[in-house]
Design a binder for this molecule. Sequence first.
Ligand SMILES: Cc1cc2nc3c(=O)[nH]c(=O)nc-3n(C[C@H](O)[C@H](O)[C@H](O)COP(=O)(O)OP(=O)(O)OC[C@H]3O[C@@H](n4cnc5c(N)ncnc54)[C@H](O)[C@@H]3O)c2cc1C
Length: 120
Amino acid sequence: MLQREVFGRPIGQNQGIQFPIARAYTQMRAAEALVSQAIELFDAGEPCGPEANMAKMAASEASWFAGDTCIQTHGGYGFAEEYDIERKFRETRLYQVAPISTNLILSHIATHELGMPKSF
Ligand SMILES: Cc1cc2nc3c(=O)[nH]c(=O)nc-3n(C[C@H](O)[C@H](O)[C@H](O)COP(=O)(O)OP(=O)(O)OC[C@H]3O[C@@H](n4cnc5c(N)ncnc54)[C@H](O)[C@@H]3O)c2cc1C
């Protein structure tokens, strides 16, 4: 799709297309780093609740942003069922609800990592 040419140049040459993709990539790499940190703690038998929660939240938000960027990059084609982009866009929204919702992750981090009082 980034080879697609509009007005005589590939759309991927435009910063308006490049920047969201670079941001999505950066968010994905940051989430990967958090996931690795949580895995290392888990494998070492160390407590990893906050790290696992932060990793899951960062990954779900990176995934959602990447899906949103993918739709925008593909324009109208993003809504064509045969490209599977709208399906992935819908599916990636799931990760902010299940297997644990973002609100409950934030609650865990606020109470277990930051020592704030429990709200419920
Ligand atoms: C496709 C799919 C597959 C699933 N597969 C499984 C499975 O295999 N096994 C399994 O056990 N479960 C499964 N689930 C269930 C999943 O774990 C729950 O949907 C998820 O944990 C959210 O719980 P809930 O649906 O009861 O929503 P609720 O807990 O009712 O939450 C609804 C909304 O209220 C918010 N909320 C709830 N409590 C608080 C609070 N204290 N503070 C602030 N906000 C709050 C949530 O963030 C959310 O926005 C699946 C769900 C889906 C959608």
